[in-house]
Unconditional design. Structure first.
Length: 784
DNA sequence: TCACCTACCACTTTTGAATAGG
DNA sequence: ACCTATTCAAAAGTGGTAGGTG
């Protein structure tokens, strides 16, 4: 509604998800979601991003911009996961993220309209494998995939709208299908990623506004998997995700229940067999054996189960193997109770012939409870997180644990803090809990420009640590990338923690930028520590998700305030910011013509359509080599330091303009190695780009007029419009775009921005829009 | 042989249409 | 006739798991 009012011209205004969905359904699937138009969009976007309009004189925007803050509402939940090593399932059809990103925005101008985008960039250039209870880098990352951005379904909406509610990106889906046509965010399995949220001011519905802010929450980093590797993660997901309720101890789909069902089946079969066959053979084989243990029973049952009883004999030796697989763990996991439950179950089934008797259920539950209670592992493990015991036993992290433990600052006050928290209790809380816990908000780390945050770690809060613990360590500081950017050496590191350390100022700055831009690097962590001494522990290789929870307590909402890129370069960090900007800018859309910058989005409505805009590799990769895991600072190492442990809660504030963060990375040619990044001068990214940065370049090619009056978008929705765009003239790229996805830009400034939205709109109308949000494909693939 | 991916299962939650009541 | 509340069924989201693939 609101949106509608706000954007009268847009018939589709910000709709409810349901509405979008409905439309989608209505629309025949015949339309490809990402028609060429998407490319256009992508093309259009980047440029704009790169050079956000200065809008210096606009009083209305200024104040707010500076204070734009974003908090991660469910930070505590994220921290719980990150302490163990967050894993996200990706499937061909697309899988939602859990936990989802629940954010609180503040500092926006209530009257201005903003677009919220979510993109996910590689956190480093490695591929991982779960070994020895931990994640370890085992090689280089795979080729980049098309960068897609998920547009929050409410976009565009006023600052008042965004600030009046919790912003959730839970509708965004992740897929490993490189040919995905649904617009889901495409990721590689077994890679580490960092979600980013961008707030873009849309002064006019049609154009990008001057303000762009990017936020990164280190604790939201995750590894993509097609099947969970870490049992602790599975437990956390089950306990916190309502949809997985069935897998909880008391759920009907719990291991126990499933086993019980299986047993029942078996028992039924066995009974049947007994009855039917009454064959001595069967009886002797099955029954005689004392069903002392559930396992035995199962084994027996299983053995007989699959193939119907052989006339000759129901029991099959081979079955043993089968049973082994099934049974073995139960005792371990569940303990006696479990076994008992089985026994009871069996007994009942045997006696009654079946299941489901209430009594048995109750008994089971009782048992289960006792199991839970008794099960130390779960609780202990969690809490232990901080300790070595950590979830990531693996390896190399040796000290990490110790270091982490030290880090973990027990903030008594901070209950939210995972560390202090009782894991079990946490678990018990369901999703909602998350929300509650979520109350603890974390602020994003500044990515680019602003490094204002050296705020001391809030003590309270939640906190803690992000996966990146490594990165986190420097919470307060924005680490820039370590001076020495070491080529990534995948093998060594187990989750390479992003190096938190930033050593040199310049580099730091750069690194910061690179963080954003470069996936390769641990975004956050590194950038966080700018300048400080953060120890860079390159050794960090070892662990990825340190158990740390967090040490830092600081709740405080250290809200990251992204610096408005536009107008004000963060003074303090200026140098850094510059680099950061520069690099990014230059590279990202170097090719993009400036005029592009001015593009407006014609139809925001389109966003509803759920399209994905492909931004040419915004985030990705470039990085890869840049930050070798080794380079990452290991949190553990860092801990000892003076720096307060990174606070997860505090995010990196990336105030930077969206463009920077976004653009920079993507554009990096694969070839361009991170190594290059660090040094601006040397870097492949020409300084020239700097000018492009609005903040720095007042004269930036921002042309308000173009943007301002946008004719109603609807009229332009016509698909044909896209054709109008100057198609792409591929702007000369300063930096070769990622090979796979060459960036093509639109020449026509006027149309360019609008196109994306038009496209979106159109898709929405006709394509398979995503009910829950739009996706922008930032990369222009030949495919499209 | 192993690591990884896919499809399917059973379960739960969410969503929207249909219906009933005021 | 209109609006609101309730009910129900379908759709979608979950992790587990067997089987397939390279």
């Amino acid at each position: 509604m609101l949106s509608m009012e706000m954007y009268p011209s847009l018939t589709l205004g910000p709709q409810r998800i349901g509405d979008c969905f409905y439309r989608d359904r209505q629309a025949p699937a015949h339309m490809p979601l990402f028609p060429p138009a998407c490319d256009v969009v992508a093309k259009a976007l980047p440029p704009r991003l790169l050079a956000p309009p200065p809008v210096p004189n606009d009083p209305t925007t200024k104040a707010p911009k500076d204070e734009v803050k974003m908090e991660l509402e469910n930070a505590s939940l994220w921290k719980q996961f990150s302490s163990v090593g967050t894993e996200m399932i990706i499937t061909k059809k697309g899988r939602r993220m859990f936990p989802g990103l629940r954010l609180k925005l503040s500092g926006l101008n209530p009257s201005l309209r903003y677009i919220l985008l979510l993109d996910i960039i590689p956190a480093d250039n490695s591929r991982y494998r779960f070994q020895g209870g931990g994640w370890q880098a085992v090689g280089g990352a795979e080729a980049r995939l098309p960068d897609r951005v998920f547009i929050h379904p409410d976009s565009p909406a006023t600052g008042a709208h965004w600030q009046s509610r919790t912003i959730s990106f839970h509708y965004a889906k992740l897929t490993n299908n490189t040919l995905d046509s649904q617009g889901h965010i495409i990721l590689h399995s077994l890679h580490r990623y960092q979600p980013r949220v961008h707030v873009i001011e849309a002064r006019d519905v049609l154009r990008w506004g001057g303000g762009q802010h990017s936020f990164v929450f280190p604790e939201t980093q995750f590894l993509t998997v097609t099947a969970y590797q870490n049992n602790k993660i599975t437990e956390l997901k089950i306990s916190a995700n309502p949809f997985a309720k069935g897998f909880r101890e008391d759920g009907m789909n719990s291991k126990k229940q499933r086993d019980a069902r299986q047993k029942r089946k078996i028992s039924v079969l066995t009974e049947t067999l007994d009855i039917v066959n009454c064959d001595p053979c069967d009886s002797t084989e099955l029954l005689p054996q004392p069903i002392t243990t559930s396992t035995d029973l199962q084994a027996l049952a299983l053995a007989s189960l699959p193939p119907l009883p052989d006339p000759s004999c129901g029991f099959r030796p081979e079955g043993a193997s089968y049973q082994d697989t099934l049974v073995p763990e139960q005792p371990l996991d569940l303990g006696q109770a479990f076994m008992a439950s089985h026994m009871s179950d069996i007994g009942i089934s045997m006696a009654n012939g079946m299941q489901g008797t209430p009594g048995s259920e109750v008994a089971n539950r009782m048992i289960e409870r006792s199991d839970t209670m008794g099960e130390p592992a779960y609780t202990s493990t969690f809490p232990a997180v901080q300790n070595n015991s950590s979830s990531f036993p693996s390896a190399p992290l040796p000290q990490t644990s110790s270091s982490f433990s030290s880090l973990s600052v027990p903030d008594s006050s901070d209950t939210s803090n995972a560390q202090s928290m009782d894991y079990p209790s946490i678990l018990s809380s369901s999703p909602t809990l998350s929300s509650s816990s979520t109350t603890t908000t974390t602020t994003p780390s500044l990515q680019q420009t602003s490094f204002t945050f050296p705020t001391p770690p809030p003590s309270n809060s939640s906190s803690p640590q992000p996966l990146l613990s490594s990165s986190s360590p420097s919470a307060n500081h924005y680490h820039t990338i370590p001076e020495t950017i070491i080529p990534h050496t995948p093998t060594a590191a187990s989750f390479p923690a992003p190096s938190s350390t930033c050593q040199s100022g310049l580099q730091d700055q750069i690194s910061v930028h690179s963080l954003l831009t470069h996936p390769g690097q641990p975004l956050l962590g590194e950038s966080m520590t700018c300048g400080n001494n953060a120890p860079s522990d390159q050794s960090s290789e070892a662990f990825i998700y340190p158990n740390i929870l967090s040490a830092n307590p600081d709740p405080a909402p250290v809200t990251a305030q992204p610096l408005p890129n536009n107008n004000h370069p963060p003074a303090p960090s200026l140098p850094c910011s510059l680099h950061a900007h520069v690099a990014p800018t230059s590279f990202a859309f170097s090719s993009v013509p400036q005029h592009m910058q001015n593009r407006s989005f014609s139809n925001m409505s389109s966003s509803y359509a759920h399209h994905a805009l492909h931004l040419p590799n915004l985030s990705h990769q470039g990085q890869a080599s840049t930050f070798p895991p080794s380079s990452f600072t290991h949190p553990s190492s860092s801990f000892p330091h003076p720096h307060p442990p990174f606070q997860p809660s505090s995010c990196l504030a990336v105030s930077s303009s969206f463009q920077q963060s976004v653009s920079s990375v993507p554009s990096m040619p694969p070839t361009a190695h991170p190594q290059n990044l660090p040094n601006p001068a040397t870097s492949s990214y020409p300084p020239v780009e700097i000018g492009a940065i609005p903040q720095f370049n007042p004269a930036a090619p921002y042309r308000p007029e173009m943007v301002l009056h946008h004719p109603s978008l609807l009229p332009q929705l016509d698909p044909s419009l896209s054709s109008n765009l100057p198609s792409s003239t591929p702007p000369p790229a300063l930096y070769p775009a990622f090979p796979s996805y060459p960036l093509r830009l639109c020449q026509d400034p006027h149309s360019s921005l609008s196109i994306p939205f038009r496209h979106l709109y159109r898709q929405h109308q006709h394509g398979h829009a995503h009910p829950q949000g739009s996706y922008l494909d930032m990369s222009t693939r030949a495919v499209f």
